[in-house]
Design a protein around this ligand. Sequence first.
Ligand code: PMP
Length: 364
Amino acid sequence: MSAVYNFCAGPAMLPAAVMKKAQAELLDWNGQGVSVMEVSHRGAPFIQLAKDSEADLRELMNIPDNYHVLFMHGGGRGQFSAVVNNFLGDNGKALYLVSGQWSKAATEEAKKLAGDDNIDVINVVEKVNGMNKVVIPALSGNGSEYRYLHYCPNETVDGIEIFDDIYSPWPIVADMSSNIMSREIDVSRFALIYAGAQKNIGPSGLSIVIVRKDMLELPQLTQSSIMDYRLTAENDSMYNTPPTFAWYLAAEVFKWLKSVGGVKGMAEVNAEKARRLYACIDSLDFYKNGVTPENRSQMNVTFQLADESLDKDFLKEAEALGLVALKGHRIVGGMRASIYNAMPLEGVDALVSFMQAFAAKHSS
Ligand code: PMP
């Protein structure tokens, strides 16, 4: 089979080198004659894997010592509720910024668990010159109004990314499911960062939580033990059996990322991939993108064909060339090319060539 470039938004492509290594050691991990899927998470080899993976992630993201790194169950949505349950006991309030589908979904979950009265919401997307633009109002307070402010720096469905730092009197919680480790960030600006794994980390189901230790003092709501940050931290993410195979693959992805220049090196490639794709979209009237340049996602490039009746042909012809999973999310329609860390520059170049050829063929 010739090369396939998989533009799926998630579960997304994983680095080929990681997949090959996993394949090679699938039946015999660590010289034990059994798969990593078949060993105890409490045995010395897996404990070592867990420690090494945490150390690698701390190095990659430059995570300060006053943060716990947790490996949890339940993906991104699991954290929508975990954040609320862990921080909003005793009638605590939180502020949610809505910039697209995922922050909206997080807000709905928070309201369900904490009650409408305890969740305040600001819609931060405005239409400016017909384009979606994130406009965050000045946030003022004495720090006691809310336990945290929640936002989603990269909206996977809408293709909207917030690059600017947010200045908030309240601790900042960020859903980085679709842009974690895609560019350098200052972890110390956040009280908590979470990410479902299935884009830049590994297989779905696993989620990574980076939480400032003092946040664990906040009163909790009643909740299930396995989503309790304190219990998870006290038990080194092994209160119950963790998703061991997903954790193993995440550990391999971290090693791979370190070997290709870390987050800094990756950020340069990611910026170039996004630049080439948006340049193609902007250079042809055949395609459009409705996000203002300052908020165009570097991970999820959404675009529409000016003539929607060609959508089906576009997808079919792309797929015939091995360019798969370009259909946009059902809520927003159009196309979406997800170009996470594992997508090589060649994949983007192949897509750009196809888009140019398709436009030339169908423009009269
Ligand atoms: N947040 C964001 C930004 C996402 O992109 C997704 C999934 N695409 C989620 C949360 C939900 O993740 P999960 O399906 O793992 O619950």
